[in-house]
Write a protein that binds this ligand. Structure first.
Ligand SMILES: [Zn+2]
Length: 224
């Protein structure tokens, strides 16, 4: 007797979320197993997050893990597949928004990470480009912190809860990547795409990076 195959999670946006990760891989914004994505359940019982270490260029809806609201701490050791290593980051940002449809998307877009590494502040970098500012609010950059750490999750949550002004759509993570939110997976993807496009333009202009100015003649310490 053959047992019936397990039913895939029934969620209208999981196929979209999988397609977004495949597209991000094609764009070169993640390597094979990088990045992660979560989508809130429409009844807000919890959210579904991509499993840990799965191949993103062939991600499918069955490779998502349900995380109920209110659950805290590490997943049980026998959870299979295990959720993304950035589970705490997704949990905190899903809880920050708290109502309505929500996608949380974490990627490593090349030019955005390069701009951060060069010392740019992403919100300032974008301020003169209406292509971004009309549609995408860029938040304060998160400093370099270990991937999958609770400190990183806490710092990202803080960046999505500014003391002044509305919640951003995207924040940069120094030496690492970005976290974007949207009402659906493709909306979150577009925030990443707009920011990445502007970072590519700025870096292509070949201007001295802010980090290089740290070593300008006026600030350099010359031996006496
Ligand atoms: Zn990452």
């Amino acid at each position: 007797m053959t047992l019936p195959a397990p039913a895939p999670h029934e969620h209208p946006t999981l196929a979209e979320a999988s397609a977004v990760m495949r597209k991000a891989y094609e764009q070169g914004w993640i390597s094979t197993r990088d990045g992660n994505i979560s989508v809130a359940m429409s009844d807000r019982r919890g959210f579904l997050v991509s499993a840990s270490g799965v191949v993103k260029h062939s991600l499918v809806p069955t490779q998502f893990v349900f995380v109920p609201n209110g659950e805290t701490g590490a997943p049980s050791a026998d959870a299979y597949p295990p959720p993304s290593g950035e589970l705490e980051l997704h949990r905190r940002i899903q809880a920050t928004v708290g109502s309505g449809p929500l996608t949380v998307l974490h990627l490593h877009p090349t030019h955005t990470v390069a701009a951060l590494y060069a010392g740019h502040r992403l919100a300032e970098l974008c301020a003169n480009f209406p292509e971004v500012t009309r549609y995408t609010r860029v938040g304060a950059d998160v400093p370099a912190l270990p991937a999958t750490s609770e400190e990183l999750a806490i710092a990202c949550e803080a960046a999505f809860r500014p003391a002044l002004g509305p919640m951003p759509h995207i924040v940069g993570l120094d030496r690492h990547g970005v976290v974007a939110v949207g009402r659906n997976p493709w909306e979150a993807f577009e925030h990443v795409e707009r920011l990445e496009h502007i970072c590519r333009i700025v870096l292509s202009a070949g201007l001295p990076s802010p980090r290089m100015s740290d070593f300008s003649p006026t600030t350099r310490t010359e031996p006496a």
